[in-house]
Design a protein around this ligand. Sequence first.
Ligand code: TMP
Length: 252
Amino acid sequence: MARRKKIYEGKAKILYEGPEPGTIVQYFKDDATAFNAEKKDVIEGKGVLNNLLSEFFMNGLNQIGVPTHFIRRINMREQLVRNCEIIPLEIIVRNYAAGSLSKRLGIEEGTQLPRPIVEYCYKDDALGDPLVSEEHIAAFGWASQQDMDDVLSLALRVNDFLSGVMLAVGIRLVDFKIEIGRIYEGDFMRLIVADEISPDSCRLWDIETGQKLDKDVFRRDLGSLTDAYSEVARRLGVMPKTSQVTKPTLIN
Ligand code: TMP
C-alpha cells in the first residue's frame, strides 16, 4: 500500500494529500502549544475532541450558508477538507476584552466590548504573528480590498453563529480566531472558512461561573485541558466515548 503524502505539519495538525484532487486530510494531533510554542505538552485526547468540535462548528456554518473547507469526518482524528489557498492572516473577533487586547489597552478581562472588534494578525511564527492593520494588508498585497470586505462579513457571520450556539449551552464566546482561504471554481474565486474552530482557537467561559473552557486552561495552568474541552463537547452533544479519547491500552 502506498504511503500517503504529508503536505505540512503544524503545531496542532498534520495535513496529508487527500484522495481526490483539491482535497486534504487534516489530522488533529494531541500536541498543545502556547506563546508561539515556548510552552508545549501532549494532552491525550485533545486531537479527538478538536476534530469532533471543529466538525460540529464547520458543519453548522455550512448549513447556514457560511462556506467552509469541511467536507466530512473520516475517523476520530481525521477529517476531509477542501484544499484552499490560505490568506496569511489570523482573523480575531472579540466580544469581551481578554488576552492580548486587555494587555494592550489596559481593559479588564471580561469587560463587554461596545461592539464586536475584528483584528488581523500576520501569520508568521518567526515574527510571533504580529497585529497588522488593513493598510499593511493592502500595501503588502496579502489580500485585496474585495477579499477584506468578504473576510469581515464572514468573520461577523461566524461570530453570530458561534455566539448563539455557545449561548444555548451556557457558554460565553469571549473571542476566537479563524483562518480564511481562497478556492477557485472555473473563472471564479471565493473565500471559505478553513483551518479549525475549536477550544484551541476560541475563548469560552461558563456563563454562570466564569470557568474557562478553552486553551487558556493550558496557557495559564488552570487544570485539566481535556476536562475543559470534554465539558464543551458534552454540552454540545458531540462527546466521544471515553475509549475513543484515550489511546487503546493492552489487556494482559
Ligand atoms: P489573544 O488575546 O492572545 O490575541 O487571542 C485572541 C484569540 O485568538 C483567542 O481566542 C485565542 C486565539 N488565538 C489563536 O487561535 N492562536 C494564537 O496563536 C493566538 C495568539 C490566539
